[in-house]
Ligand binder design. Sequence first.
Ligand code: ADP
Ligand code: MG
Length: 617
Amino acid sequence: MSDKNEKREFQADVSQVLDIVTNSLYTDKEIFVRELVSNASDALEKLRHLQLTEKEVFDDNLSLEIHITTNEEDKTFTIADYGIGMTREELHENLGTIAHSGSKQFVKALEEQAKKESSLIGQFGVGFYSAFMVADDVTVHTHSWQEDGEHLVWKSDGRTGYEIEESEGERRGTKIVVKLKEEFEEYAKADRIKHIIESYSAFVSFPILLNGERVNTVEAIWRKQKSEISDEEYNEFYKFTSKAFDDPRYRMHFSSDTPLELNALIFVPTENTELFGFGQMEAGVSLYCKNVLIDDKPDGLIPEWARFLRGVIDSSDIPLNISRESMQDSALVKKLNRVVIRKFLKFLDKEAKSDPEKYGEFYEKFSRFLKEGVVTDFEHREDLAKLLRFESSMTEKGESVGFEDYLSRAKDDQDKIYYLITPDRKTAEAGPYLEAFKARGLEVIYFYDAVDDYLIQNLRQFKDKDLVSIDRSDVELDDSVEAEGEALEESAIETLSSFMQEHFGDRVKKVAAGKRLIDSPVAVLTPDQGMSAQMRQMMKAMNPDEDAPPVEVEMEINPRHPLIKQLFDTQGENPELAQLVSDQLLDGALLTAGLLEDRKDLITRNISLMEAALRKS
Ligand code: ADP
Ligand code: MG
């Protein structure tokens, strides 16, 4: 063997993938055709783009086509493209390691949940390696588009390793010969392959020739009329361009002439793979100019939060030879971003209204992206906020509404939107905060998600109405509700408040009577400028080793509550017992607010109180 020829073993995770692939995890063997066609098409797209930006391209006169040949006698399936080809280094990197997206996700899936649930694995394409499902061995002949590239042949049986040898006279691009296993010789039959190509690859934007005969009509589906495209075609297109295995959940297809000439076909996947713990999704909307791919992951084409979108934006206003760098800050790209995202958010809003149930399913899986958008994308903030959904004090459990619903039933003079961050509905309804709002017929939104506090801090308003947490001390309430029962007198309130304040010291910033309590004796409130309980928890979670900032609360007492009235008497007669009760009230209120750091005093104090109560009776 000359030193130009070499033999290498597969990387560990390649072997792992190959092992599973060849041990027939996929029942659907024919997907290997789709994977190889997709790679050929990718290679041609890349070449078409290079021809626009590079001066010298090897074998520049070759036409951009995909040639498939079947040979029943030899039991081979061969696919050739005149695309970009591969250098020696690229062969090692692309076919000897797991460097590409589909298989990378696959390996991750193996390591995680998918281990238990093999059906999940079917969600991922394993790309090139899928050929080994049906092959005894696979040979890849290739020559890179670069003038100084080598003629190379890569060969493997898909078990332990591969070899690379030099050879003579390869054309630019890649030719892959799949030597079929005995039991899969059907894939050496032209009819079988024709059928597969027709169902999978109808919209590949390059001519596919099967044994010299043209099998597809080249067309950019996104430039066609909606009425000319069937649901199946849309779905297959989605799977093809996004390398996805699910069907799309939503699709939006539109064209416009102003302010930009553009055609866009955008999909929302069924699955949010970020929920499986596979890390961040990669952006998946590619940019075309008049059917020519400019970039499959252009920076800034869609905002970061919209990375779950898949599809194509085609605009003839984009210069064909635009470079990656200049695209990033191109005003044109920003404009495209704005037009498409605004349209998409409108589309979602319409969907949410016309089919709330379907939207609810989408929301359950994808709401994090919308929330991320509210926080990070100032330009689309209001449109995104419109799409948020939540339960409230006026909905049934499980029923959700949006800010617009809230405003539509708010009182005419209501200039605020009230909310409470709470672990669940039960806690909200059992706590002291809701009473006053219920009594006044004011709707209160419940936010359950850990990120919601942060979300609201950023949103602050919807349609010019401030979002106000009902546990804040600065919430103003009107006098419309006549509270029942006799209240303590002003001077008694004063005395009791100072008594408690003095006893609490730094633990409570202020003790005062207020209007919000009806059935509860006391509540702790977050002072103006104070940090919410959720914010504290988030800070603690982020810096577990540091001391959390001290809890800052005010206490509201209910001067009509029998316990408070009793407490006023007790503070004169038995100040020690009154202090014990005050402490217990404070800890109880902190507990309800999610702010109690240490519960052990609550228990010991409870025992002392029971003792005192029994002594009296
Ligand atoms: P993916 O297509 O998701 O990147 P594949 O396993 O299908 O993963 O392919 C691995 C890599 O091998 C590709 O990213 C590409 O760089 C290279 N490759 C595969 N087929 C071809 C081809 N026909 N021409 C050029 N490069 C190819
Ligand atoms: Mg591929």
